[in-house]
Design a protein around this ligand. Structure first.
Ligand SMILES: Nc1nc2c(ncn2[C@@H]2O[C@H](COP(=O)(O)OP(=O)(O)OP(=O)(O)O)[C@@H](O)[C@H]2O)c(=O)[nH]1
Ligand SMILES: [Mg+2]
Length: 631
């Protein structure tokens, strides 16, 4: 063991408290503390015992001036944290007493410890490796259950035990390769190349898992970023405020209020989150707002969980369209805000049915993911619909418009491309399609004059997208005028959308393709993967459910206990992995041992730096200076 001078420090926080604990560690611990302690002779007591007595100042008083009554905990080398002789003095937590005792310790031969010096000694004396030592700091800093769990796991050996074992194996190979070099010309091979390749692949596999865990590991330490994204005025800032339970962000009814990213820490279910409010996303010429929107997108990229907040289907589809690609590898929560405004469902988008509660009505995006995360088939166009809707469809058939009649006459009885069309076909979610061909998953809508006006047009487009998303049905829209003036062109356009041979049945029977094969999902479908949560941020409705969902999403992300949280480790792991990649390339090219050895050594160096098997004084000083004094 390396013997160093004896150090002392306050181990408990500065300031007044019931008790304060001073720690003394080093070769002269017992001798020094004996000089200021009246009680048992400390050189004669057993390790791991506690002793009552008084601390006295003998400077100008042979009897000793009593400073405090204390308890001493005794740990003899090597059975202590630092592996040196250690005494912990528990005194009364007064600033005056603590400073006095420290002064006495120093007068009698101790030195004040530097930050992290106790832990550094523990490391230098082989109590644990560098990863474990660093985890001590993380453990002290851990402010959530998840961070605590990760730090504790690392402190107790975590990945470093396994890393060291793999490194040993590699050291063994490295020495065999180096041995070959000694034999120079003789062309001997001590290190089996196949075995070496296997070992490298095994190590790389292990390193890769750790490297990949860094983002999540770091997120646990710093807080998992959750970005609230949505159009202006969706209520993003209101949601942030209610989640944080404080008025952090400005809320107004002016669209474009939030211009910059605002964030704060929130603990839910023992997990630390960083909730991020962003500027509403829309087309704008305002320079400041544009910058804000750019930042929203950046926040979104960095976030692990994304809350897509919307007020109505049009906004929801806008979000799905705009962000489908950006949210691919994120956990997405769809949230509909302002449900307090709706006592009945918002009418225009859903043709037909009325009377549903907001929650029932707002299920535009049913779950569509299979167990493996893959997309399941689009919804059947023949699911049972309510009697109300059937009645409505029948009614529409009876009262069909002139243009509908014209088209129907040309589509019925498989006249066009031998495809079977139905008219006024009801879908489960309340839509009624003017015409529908199941073989080609094609819907046709004839729009009256008012459909060309702004808002209605927007609704129509949204509705088409939604049907496409839910049912995989392509919607073609024609105006009354198109039908009346150029029916040939209308028929031609329809025919162009027939899916070519073989025609595709959806409900068993005629063909063999599944709906997913014929329906190429638009990126939109991927975004709209799950059911939305209904809330009112302003009235605190549905917020608990949202919180539960955030926690559940966080748990999907964090599965492993062994997670990398330290940037220093991350960098060395990446470099080590890269060096091994070079070895693999070298092996493939059959290069000579001396070149292989060089890359193996480089990889070993980086692995050694992580666990502390290879260290420099600078590195240690840097790591331990981040600790608090007394640790
Ligand atoms: N009725 C109702 N109004 C709400 C609700 N949540 C927010 N609002 C109102 O919607 C308006 C916009 O809210 P904000 O929180 O500023 O919206 P934002 O999404 O942050 O808007 P920008 O920052 O402009 O992008 C405000 O007038 C809020 O009071 C809700 O649940 N119900
Ligand atoms: Mg805002």
């Amino acid at each position: 063991m390396i013997q160093l001078d004896t150090i002392c420090a306050l181990a408990t926080p500065q300031g007044v408290g019931a008790i304060g604990v001073l720690r003394v560690s080093g070769e002269r611990t017992f001798e020094i503390v004996n000089k200021i302690f009246k009680g048992k002779d400390l050189t004669k007591v057993e390790s791991h015992t506690i002793h009552f007595g008084t601390i006295r100042d003998y400077t100008d008083n042979a009897e000793g001036k009593i400073i405090d009554e204390v308890l001493l905990s005794v740990f003899k080398t090597p059975r202590s944290f630092t592996k040196e002789d250690v005494i912990e003095i528990s005194c009364h937590g007064s600033d005056y007493i603590i400073k006095y005792i420290l002064k006495l310790l120093i007068q009698n031969g101790c030195r004040m410890a530097k930050p992290g010096e106790f832990t550094q000694r523990a490391f230098l004396n082989g109590q644990f490796d560098l990863v474990q030592a660093e985890a001590v700091a993380d453990l002290i800093a851990a402010d959530s259950e998840a961070a605590h769990k990760t730090a504790l796991n690392q402190m107790r050996g975590g990945f470093s035990t396994q890393l060291k074992a793999l490194r040993e194996e590699l050291v063994h190979f490295a020495s065999l390769v180096e041995l070959e070099l000694d034999f120079g010309e003789e062309d001997v091979e001590f290190a089996g190349r196949d075995d070496l390749r296997q070992l490298i692949l095994k190590i790389q596999n292990f390193l890769k898992k750790l490297i990949d865990s860094f983002d999540s590991g770091n997120a646990i330490k710093e807080g998992i970023p959750v970005a609230i994204i949505g159009p202006p005025n969706a209520g993003k800032s209101t949601l942030l405020n209610i989640l944080l339970n404080e008025d952090k962000a400005i809320v107004t009814d002016i669209a474009g209020t939030t211009r910059d990213v605002i964030e704060d820490i929130l603990f839910i279910g023992g997990i630390k989150f960083r909730i991020i409010d962003t500027a509403g996303i829309r087309e704008t010429k305002d320079v400041v707002e544009t910058i804000g929107i750019e930042r929203s997108k950046q926040a979104m990229e960095k976030a692990e969980i994304i809350i897509l907040l919307f007020e109505n289907e049009v906004d929801q589809l806008f979000l799905a369209n705009t962000f489908a690609d950006m949210v691919k590898d994120k956990e997405v929560i769809w949230v509909r805000n302002k449900i307090d405004l709706f006592s009945s469902p918002p009418a225009p988008l859903l043709q037909g049915e009325g009377g549903k509660s907001p929650t029932e009505a707002f299920k535009p995006s049913p779950p569509r993911r299979g167990a493996g995360g893959e997309e399941s088939p689009a919804k059947s166009a023949f699911n049972v619909v309510s009697t109300n809707l059937l009645k409505k469809a029948r009614e529409l058939r009876r009262t069909s418009t002139e243009t509908e009649e014209i088209l129907w006459e040309l589509l019925r009885n498989r006249q066009l491309g031998d495809r079977k069309f139905r008219r006024q076909h009801p879908l489960e979610d309340g839509y009624i399609l003017d015409f529908y061909c199941d073989e080609s998953r094609l819907g046709i809508e004839i729009d009256g004059a008012h459909h060309h006006e702004g808002t209605q047009k927007k609704y129509d487009a949204a509705r088409s997208l939604e049907i496409e998303f839910i049912y995989g049905i392509k919607i073609l829209r024609f105006s009354n005028r198109e039908v009346l003036e150029d029916i040939e062109k209308v028929l031609q356009t329809i025919a162009e959308h027939f899916i070519s041979s073989p025609p595709t049945p959806l409900l068993g029977g005629e063909g063999s393709k599944s709906p997913t094969e014929t329906f190429k999902p638009s990126p939109l479908r991927r975004g709209l993967g799950e059911e939305s949560i209904n809330i009112s941020a302003k009235n605190n409705i549905g917020i608990e459910e949202l919180k539960d969902t955030i926690v559940a999403k966080a748990k999907i992300k964090k599965q492993s206990d062994t997670m990398l949280t330290n940037l220093r480790h991350y960098e060395h792991l990446v470099k080590s992995h890269d060096a091994l990649e070079e070895v693999l390339k070298g092996l493939a090219l059959g290069i000579t041992g001396d070149f292989l050895a060089q890359d193996i050594r480089l990889s070993l160096y980086h692995l050694g730096e992580i666990t502390g098997q290879i260290t420099t004084d600078d590195l240690l000083a840097n790591i331990f200076s981040k600790f608090c004094i007394g640790k």
